[in-house]
Design a protein around this ligand. Structure first.
Ligand code: NAD
Length: 478
């Protein structure tokens, strides 16, 4: 079993006999590592190291910071296979998906590095003679990045790469479910010339280590990805020091399938969306609204595709479609939501249980018909390989039900009638809408939820600007 140490000021630092957290493989329950429940002095030391390193890092030309990031991306590419295995072992996604995650992480770091020469200020017209008004974009200082477990490696890059290219330093806290890949990331980072203290990592539980990081007056920005409940707690902690927050929270993505949809395409895209990473993806389809005239045909196609999805231990079989869910709590949530829907009249068309393998947190690919908008299965984030179907007659009904949610991250429309599709897009109140394709965002887009799905966003130019603050300078010439 590996015993990891925190990464502070360029060194792996022993947590001096403090409490350790045991990390397990969700496919088997086997214990795979121990990581620190970081003591308070080390949390302070990590923040202090980041604070000390940041001015010199920010003083480097952005193009030099970019070179450091490109070096990091290249070193990650040299280790795709071992990193993918670490991710799969602790998180449960398939090895091919873990490889995609590692490669995407390297590409994302390169992409953000390319913004180095493109961080721009502005010059405004003055109301006065002989005056210039300049707007500078500047780093914020110390950024805290708090990570979830579902795409743990990629989310390091989504926080670190924009923070660093903008001249900030960072303290990362991985999820207690999936910290190993973050420690492996730090080993790679330690082989680069990125100066000590620019990147630090401390592990531990959210209520203790996460909370201490978010309450620190030395932190300029908290970039968080995770649940709405934790996002709300982080906002409350940040309120003490008016710390800037960037929150990427949960979703309950509707997929609207109209009478004009390519039903094969819709069934393929929604099935992929529902089984990838065992359905534990914030932006993936979580509920379907299908028009009555095509409901039966579409449902039949979807059930066939869901039934064909194969799951099991991802380290034993690379050809599986998905692995286990992350933990017992995630599994029980799915069971609870499904049982409640069935007792209110929903009908399970396929799946509905654990399957033959009792060793991990597995759940069968499940399609649920006869659902209504009132059911929690249709309203709350499921985060498992289960999809409820609601039938509608008029498009206005579908729009009203799709928008009837406290979340507002992503949505999708399946229709080959472009007027119809764009009318739906116009009415949907979500940060992202996918038309006739699977649910996945691009790094040059802007991933930002409405309502309780978040504040601010990630990716592209707009995501980059979240990590900068402005200084406006008035120059009066004589
Ligand atoms: P979570 O909120 O339980 O935990 C996320 C992180 O927050 C962990 O590192 C945890 O230790 C930490 N944490 C918990 N309490 C804290 C506190 N009081 N203060 C500071 N930190 C604290 O979320 P999760 O279960 O790891 O992730 C799943 C959730 O993340 C889902 O809701 C999913 O939709 C969401 N998610 C959103 C996006 C997005 O881009 N919008 C992406 C991935 C996941």
């Amino acid at each position: 079993m590996i015993d990891y140490s925190n990464f502070i000021n360029g060194d792996f630092v022993d947590s001096q006999g403090g409490e350790r957290i045991t990390v397990t493989n969700p496919a088997t329950g086997a214990e795979i590592s121990k990581v620190p429940e970081t003591p308070h002095e080390q949390i302070e030391a990590a923040i202090a190291a980041a604070e000390k390193a940041q001015p010199a890092w920010a003083a480097l030309p952005a193009v030099v910071r970019a070179k450091h990031l490109h070096e990091l991306a290249d070193k990650i590419r040299e280790k795709v296979e071992p990193l993918a295995r670490v991710i799969t072992e602790e998180q449960g996604k398939t090895l091919p998906l873990a490889r995609v995650e590692v490669n995407f992480t390297a590409d994302y770091i390169d992409y953000m590095a390319e913004w180095g020469r493109r961080i721009e200020g502005e010059v405004m017209e003055s109301d006065r003679p002989k005056e210039n008004i300049f707007l500078f974009r500047k780093p914020i200082g110390v950024v805290v990045g708090i990570l979830p477990w579902n795409f743990p490696f990629f989310l390091i890059a989504r926080k670190l790469a924009p923070a660093l290219i903008c001249g900030n330093s960072i303290v990362l806290k991985p999820s207690e479910e999936t910290p190993n890949n973050a420690f492996e990331f730090c080993k790679i980072l330690n082989e680069t010339d990125i100066p000590a203290g620019v990147v630090n990592l401390v592990s531990g539980y959210g209520a203790t280590v996460g909370r201490a990081l978010t309450e620190s007056p030395k932190v300029g920005m908290i970039s968080f990805t995770g649940s709405v409940e934790t996002g709300s707690r982080i906002m409350a902690a940040a309120a003490q020091n008016i710390t800037r927050v960037n929150l990427e929270l949960g979703g309950k993505a509707p997929a609207i399938v109209t009478a004009h949809a390519d039903l094969d395409l819709a069934a393929t895209a929604i099935q992929a969306s529902r089984v990838i990473n065992s359905g534990q993806v914030c932006n993936c389809a979580e509920r379907i609204y299908v028009q009555r005239s095509v409901a039966e045909a579409f449902t039949g196609k979807l059930v066939e595709k869901m039934k064909a999805a194969r799951f099991g231990n991802p380290l034993e079989d690379e050809t599986l479609d998905y692995g286990p869910m992350i933990n017992q709590a995630g599994y029980e949530k799915v069971v609870r939501l499904l049982d409640a829907a069935v007792s209110d009249g929903a009908q399970v068309l396929c799946g509905g249980g654990r399957g033959a393998d009792e060793s991990g947190f597995y759940f069968e690919p499940t399609v649920v018909a006869n659902c209504t908008q009132a059911m929690d299965l249709v309203k709350k984030e499921i985060f498992g390989p289960v999809i409820p179907i609601v039938v509608f007659d008029e498009l206005d009904e579908a729009i009203a039900m799709a928008n009837d949610t406290e979340y507002g991250l992503t949505s999708s429309v399946f229709s080959n009638d472009l007027n119809e599709a764009m009318n739906l897009v116009e009415a949907l109140k979500f940060g992202e809408t996918y038309i006739n394709r699977e649910h996945f965002e691009a790094m040059q887009g802007y991933h930002a939820g409405w309502r309780k799905s978040g504040i601010g966003g990630a990716d592209g130019k707009h995501g980059l600007h979240e990590f900068l603050q402005t200084q406006v300078v008035y120059l009066q010439r004589s």
